[in-house]
Design a protein around this ligand. Sequence first.
Ligand code: NAD
Length: 381
Amino acid sequence: MTTAFVPKESRPGETRVAASPDTAKRLAQAKVQLRVESGAGLAAGFSDEVYAAAGAQICGPDGWSSELVLKVQPPTVAEAGRLAKGAILISFLQPHRELEVVGRLRSGGVTALAMELVPRISRAQAMDALSSQATVAGYKAVLLGAVHLRKLCPLLMTAAGTVQPAKVVVFGAGVAGLMAIATARRLGCKVEATDVRMVAKEQVESLGATFITVPGAADMEGAGGYAKEQSPEFLQRQREEVAKRVAEADLVITTAQIPGKKAPRLVDRAMVKSMKPGAVIVDLAVESGGNCELSEEGRVVEREGVTIVGLANLPASVPQHASELYAKNVLALVKLLLDKEGHLAPDWQDEVLAGSRVTHAGEVSHAPTAQALGALVGKSA
Ligand code: NAD
């Protein structure tokens, strides 16, 4: 039987866990012997007893010697050193930021699969953790915004007078942005949204929001349905197009990202200054540099009379559902590694496994990471 270990997450602020009681049961059905570190699910609402009832074994840190290790956050360097030679690690890896960890995984002969690198092809939709976690973040962004507003969100007609609906502007209508639009609409807000991918227009409109078209956006879609990096001229045109809407908005939610690049600067100081006192900005791109010039990672700040929410890792603030969804993504990837008897039999030529693999058999197989690591080693030599 293949052994799999789910450790307690050790990075500050991480409350999620890589297996839920439901996936523990499904892993047992797939003939995987799951070991869960005592207390690993507590912050997400899953007790040791519930995991044990689902067929998992509760263990201590000795579980690190398992064949498979399932995590949410990248391991620390010390954790990477505990993995056995030939073991397979599945987690978010952020290889560009975690070069030391990648180096340790490589030298330890660990195969590391990065959840964020799973190709976004139809066959791998069930493994798409970027989407499942962005859905949670988009939802929570609106709730955070609503909590910080001095206003109500819906149109209310009461004996004491009429309350106008809150005006919301959403930048970026990808997975998180569309969820933010849907959530704001459910709260009764009037929503406008913009994206550089014109295909997003129909999706935005189908949610009952208005699409703000920026001239020249038609050729901004790049490979894999993602946005291309935009020129300073385009970003200036976009700022001019949305400036009036931002000035009138009660809540601005920014979700715009370009894979592998710094997030585009969409809301500058002048735009913040133009907003109404008490308006709120929630910057979901804060971890990749921020869409708003004045947002600060991990903090809620007041600048120019506007509250700017730059909290990081929003999925961890909804740990139960975020974990349940993430655990399902991980389960789908684990199943791809197993044969019918539950033995590890990965086909490394498989597009999904080849695409998500960062280290394998003492090599760094993800080209951009290998390059970054080479440059780092060169510098320290
Ligand atoms: P993302 O997190 O990389 O970016 C969020 C959004 O920001 C994107 O919609 C992007 O176009 C937008 N953006 C970038 N620069 C902008 C700017 N200057 N102004 C406004 N918006 C800007 O993207 P994501 O949410 O992970 O997904 C983006 C794409 O991937 C979508 O087309 C989505 O449908 C597609 N996708 C496909 C699959 C699949 O096929 N399995 C799964 C998920 C997402």
